[in-house]
Design a protein around this ligand. Structure first.
Ligand SMILES: [Zn+2]
Length: 440
């Protein structure tokens, strides 16, 4: 069950409560809604609250979506969960566009100037803006959650596979066994080693199976140097054939597979730069930070018979994961980073020529674009109740983006704010229903 965050009269975090209890407090007038997303109530008077049990905030950082879960270590209860969708790709797109625009302007207007791009240098250990935004939005949410609920520790998935656990896989000859923790680590290791693609046909996206280069029937071992990844069609076609017969018509693939099979992967492949950055900056919060590997996360998840999704992956990060995770009825909050608009004062057409100018003012009639509002329109073409994201105009005639579509020309007088724009948009996820979904 997803719980409701509570802060006391001094805005200090209290233990989260059951939604039913929150409803009672709200109807009795003992509390008020403090924030809509994530749903938080503020107590109006000093009421005796359940004792503070610090929770563990667990993070599974992904390139597009990051899973967040708040877990009570002692009981295994998942108190709150969220999936945070990043905007790294959009940032890169915008920067590319800006670069092209400036380059063409310099070509047109100041062609005589000497190039200056070579006397620039960037700060040491700098992340590219798209990755920096991923790290920053995760840290934003860590800070928000810390303000709303007592947090005792943080768990983060840091590496893809734990090379300590598979001990120099190619050299010491650790063997793959399906279903064991080491087996999961080796699977992640193989995914990294073969670039998450079928070794034989290069297919990505399809489920990949662990494949013996020299098949078991022909005396091939389970050692990592004899393993690669194949999609199902390739795996079936190859069967127990000798690799040299199977790839007889494609000698370049054969040469690549044989040489790559013998090359061990370096440890550096297990971590990526933005996860390290995140780890260093999570440590700066002063809370103990536990780290886990992707292999361990998958192992934990399949041991507990949980399906694959970002917030459940987050709940399964690290060795501290409780034996039983109580996840029934948890409704993940789907958060999407939308940014805070643009600073550009002058919009251009596709050739870089200025076509439109913006006002310095962002707030019109008390609303700014991105606020979530509820509009009750008494009469006219758009009579009815509309809830959604507002597009504020200086004229006072707003557009509201609702689930039913865009409602145009709604007067600001009919609107009431629900949630002020804070750089993110929100949706309710699907409640987690069944406990047991067979893992693959
Ligand atoms: Zn294939």
């Amino acid at each position: 069950m997803s719980k409701v965050f509570v802060i006391d009269t001094h805005k200090q975090p209290q233990a989260p409560v059951h939604p039913g209890r929150a409803r009672l407090l709200l109807t009795a007038g003992q509390a008020a809604v403090w924030r809509r997303y994530p749903f938080t109530i503020i107590l109006k008077t000093a009421i005796k609250q359940p004792s503070l049990e610090p929770l563990r905030l667990k993070i599974d950082p992904g390139s597009q979506t990051t899973g967040l879960a708040l877990v009570q270590d002692a009981t295994g209860e998942v108190v709150w969960a969220a999936e945070l969708t990043h905007r790294g790709k959009r940032i890169k797109g915008r920067l590319d566009r800006r670069r092209a625009l400036r380059r063409s302007r310099r070509q047109r207007k100041t062609r005589y100037r000497k190039p200056r791009f070579q006397n620039r240098h960037s700060r040491q250990g700098r992340l590219p803006p798209s990755l920096e935004s991923r790290v920053c939005s995760i840290l934003t949410w860590v800070a928000r959650v810390i303000r709303l609920t007592p947090i005792g520790a943080i768990s983060q998935e840091l590496v893809r596979f734990d090379s300590q656990r598979i001990q120099q896989p190619e050299i010491s000859g650790s063997a793959y066994q399906q279903g064991t923790l080491a087996g999961y680590e080796i699977r992640e290791y193989l995914l990294e080693k073969w670039q998450r693609a079928c070794t034989y046909c290069g297919a990505t996206g399809a489920p990949l199976q662990v494949e013996h280069i020299q098949s078991r029937a022909r005396g091939g071992t389970n050692r990592v140097s004899n393993l690669c990844l194949a999609c199902e069609p390739c795996n079936l076609t190859k069967g127990t054939q000798n690799i040299r017969d199977f790839l007889a018509t494609r000698p370049e693939v054969l040469a690549r597979v044989l040489s790559q099979a013998q090359t061990p992967l370096t440890d550096a492949a297990a971590v990526n730069a933005s996860r390290w950055h995140l780890f260093e900056r999570l440590k700066a919060t002063g809370l103990p930070v536990e780290t886990g590997s992707g292999g361990l996360t998958k192992y934990n998840r399949s041991q507990r018979n949980l399906p694959k999704c970002h917030w459940l992956d987050a709940a399964c990060v690290g060795t501290s994961t409780p034996e039983q995770l109580a996840v029934a009825g948890v409704v993940p909050l789907l958060i999407e980073a939308t940014g805070h608009g643009t600073r550009q004062m002058c919009g251009t057409d596709e050739h870089g020529f200025p076509t439109r100018h913006r006002q310095r003012k962002k707030v019109h009639w008390g609303y700014q674009t991105g606020d979530l509002v509820r509009a009750v329109v008494p009469r006219g073409k758009y009579a009815g109740v509309h809830v959604g994201r507002v597009l504020a105009r200086a004229t006072g005639s707003f557009d509201i983006r609702t689930k039913q579509g865009r409602q145009q020309g709604i007067n600001h007088r009919h609107c009431r704010p629900i949630h002020r724009n804070d750089g993110y948009s929100y949706q309710k996820g699907v409640p987690y229903a069944g406990p047991a979904i067979p893992s693959t």
